[in-house]
Design a protein around this ligand. Structure first.
Ligand code: 6PG
Length: 236
């Protein structure tokens, strides 16, 4: 595991974008699972604004690690955020965009998307393998859309499950632990002082860390890299 700490969210975005550009340049086809949330939004803006010449998106396939069960036009949609901040601003083939269809029946969509991963991704250890899974971490220690109150979903034998947000009750489709930990590379993008306590507990295996789904991210053979800012790194 590597922890890369930067002064600001912007520097996290810039340095992660550089890392991503190198990964994409090294492979003809790249399958990436995106995250929702505020930190990825800053990364997408950085990629769109400053990496147009550095990244050939023609071989990049975009998926989502989780999606809210809403229409793709809904402000809550991770796809909509990505469409606005990245997809609409880069030259990427439409066929390379593999969104979770939040408008569908959640249980049926979880099954459909599990099939998409099984069909599109190479199988490693008998499990679909992403080149990269990008994750955020909630200030409750959730990741993707696996929340502490449903941490059992992490261990599902399905590739995708339907999760429920603990406060809003909003349903979400999320990839599960076996997909995340089978990735060739997992990147956490975590910024903000509200993440510092959970980050500290997880990295130092203390407090209630056992309750946090984010602490279960341990790629079987792939890399795990945390791109964080100083606010998230500083406890107390
Ligand atoms: C989502 C994200 C979620 C996010 C965390 C952190 O759909 O909301 O996938 O897991 O990564 O909530 O979000 P921030 O980056 O906004 O703190």
């Amino acid at each position: 595991m590597k922890i890369k700490t930067y002064k600001t969210k912007q520097e996290v975005a810039l340095n992660f974008s550089r890392y991503l550009a190198i990964l994409i340049a090294a492979r003809d086809t790249v399958h990436i699972a995106l995250s929702g949330g505020s930190t990825p939004k800053i990364v997408f803006d950085e990629l769109a604004a400053n990496f147009q010449e550095d990244i050939d998106w023609s071989g990049v396939h975009l998926y989502w690690g989780d999606e809210r069960c809403v229409d793709p036009t809904d402000d809550d949609s991770n796809y909509k955020m990505t469409q606005e901040h990245l997809i609409s601003k880069i030259d990427i083939p439409e066929k390379n965009i593999h969104r979770i269809k939040g408008e569908n029946d959640p249980e049926r969509e979880a099954k459909r998307y599990s099939g998409v991963l099984a069909t599109n991704l190479p199988s490693v250890n008998g499990i679909p393998q992403f080149d990269m899974v990008i994750l955020g971490m909630g200030d409750d220690g959730h990741t993707a859309s696996i929340f502490p109150h449903e941490i059992n979903l992490w261990y599902s034998n399905q590739y995708c499950e339907v999760a429920v947000h603990p406060d809003s009750g909003q349903r979400r489709v999320s990839i599960t632990g076996q997909i995340i930990n089978n990735a060739d590379c997992v990147v956490f993008l975590v910024t903000g002082s509200n993440k510092a306590e959970k980050f500290d507990e997880i990295i130092n295996q203390k407090g209630d860390y056992r309750n946090y789904p984010a602490r279960l991210v341990k790629p079987t053979s792939g890399k795990l890299i945390w791109f964080i800012d100083k606010d998230a790194a500083e406890m107390g």
